[in-house]
Design a protein around this ligand. Structure first.
Ligand code: TRP
Length: 361
């Protein structure tokens, strides 16, 4: 069986370092591992519209921003298809058929959707399309016969929902669809990176993100303003590294080489943490180190982004080509689905012959 990757992001804003460490970095590694036959990365504009119906321009603008983010972190258009979701109509049709296989109470149980409904104050006015987006996401996944879905842990309920749909579909209509599995990143804190305020997940609406496209100076300001241990007032005070986003970020981003390069008095993060915890290591020093580490990662990303920003025609062609390939694949799946569901009236003569035979009996 072919190994196929499918994943995606909603184009509602620029991607940030939480996306990078939680999924983008992994995608690039998987892409370059040579272990996958096909890779599709969806810019999920149709899904973004489920809770942004009044803001079409915002989604339109961010389609290109997300494409630039993808290319700048090293997604390679020769290996990965970058796809604009709404330009693959087969996904919408699959969604329509899958809606019949899921109950309202099942969708209501989805913890990620529940949380989003609260966050967005949708309690009394949930758009139906938003409520059912896990089903449309199952269409995304199955249309490409995807086997592997690299995502953050907040997306696990979607993979579970897709798997249930696959099983139900196959049991009713015969083996057609492929059950997906999630590929989570190993580093738990990187699956959902906290914001610079330490409060919650990095999120545009909370204004607590460091973006991949932020300039060096903006990154410096954001890092220097980060929340740390509020009880670590003086340098000598013992500090807490646990709910301290500076250390959370370091555990996601700092490698031993960074210590050799920028902070040789410690061999690794464990030594640095031990010093902070026993007292005597100041926040400013930690933040300066974190800034150096982030710049090490962000500088090559910024350079690539600059190239693509100067070659937007090339990016546009990349999107077009990725979307053409995606349509080809999704249409093949749709054809199998229609056949399995007995709604392929015009594929061949079988429908008419069936009717004639029945009449003749
Ligand atoms: N729901 C995902 C997010 O909010 C985006 C997405 C859309 C997706 N379709 C997908 C992720 C299919 C994985 C597979 O980030």
């Amino acid at each position: 069986m072919k190994k196929i990757i499918l994943t995606g992001d909603r184009p509602t804003g620029n991607l940030h370092i939480g996306h990078y460490v939680g999924s983008l970095k992994r995608r690039v590694e998987l892409q370059n591992s040579g272990k996958y036959d096909e890779i599709y990365i969806l810019i999920a504009d149709a899904q973004a519209l489920t809770d942004n119906a009044e803001n079409p321009q915002k989604i339109r603008d961010n389609v290109m921003n997300v494409a630039l983010d993808y290319l700048s972190v090293g997604l390679d258009p020769n290996k990965s298809n970058i796809v604009i979701q709404s330009s693959v109509p087969a996904l919408t049709e699959l969604n329509m058929y899958y809606l019949n296989l899921v109950t309202v109470s099942r969708v209501q149980r989805n913890p990620t959707v529940k949380q989003e409904i609260k966050q967005k104050d949708f309690e009394t006015s949930i758009p139906v399309g938003f409520f059912t987006y896990p089903i449309s996401q199952a269409a995304d996944i199955t249309a490409f016969l995807a086997t592997d879905i690299p995502v953050g842990d907040d997306q696990l309920p979607m993979i579970e929902q897709a798997t249930e749909i696959v099983n139900k579909f196959n049991s009713i209509y015969g083996e057609t669809l492929v059950a997906p599995k999630a590929l989570l990143s190993e580093n738990v804190s990187s699956q959902r990176l906290v914001g610079i305020d330490g409060k919650a997940k990095m999120s545009k609406s909370l204004n607590n993100c460091i973006y991949l496209c932020d300039s060096s100076e903006v990154v410096r300001q954001k890092v220097m303003s980060m929340y740390t241990d509020p009880n670590h007032l003086k340098v000598e005070d013992p500090g807490n590294t646990k709910d301290n986003p500076v250390f959370t970020y370091l555990s996601c981003f700092a490698k031993d080489e960074h210590f050799t390069k920028y902070l040789p008095e410690y061999k690794n993060l464990d030594e640095m943490k031990a010093h902070y915890e026993r007292g005597g290591l100041g926040d400013v020093k930690c933040k300066k180190f974190l800034y150096a580490v982030l710049e090490d990662i962000l500088t090559p990303i910024r350079e690539k982004r600059k190239y693509y920003e100067e070659h937007l025609d090339e990016v546009y062609e990349i999107l077009r080509k990725g979307t053409v390939n995606a349509n080809k694949k999704a249409n093949e799946t749709l054809k199998m689905v229609r056949k399995a569901m007995k709604i392929n009236y015009f594929d061949d003569d079988s429908f008419l012959n069936e009717v004639k035979n029945k009449k003749a009996q």
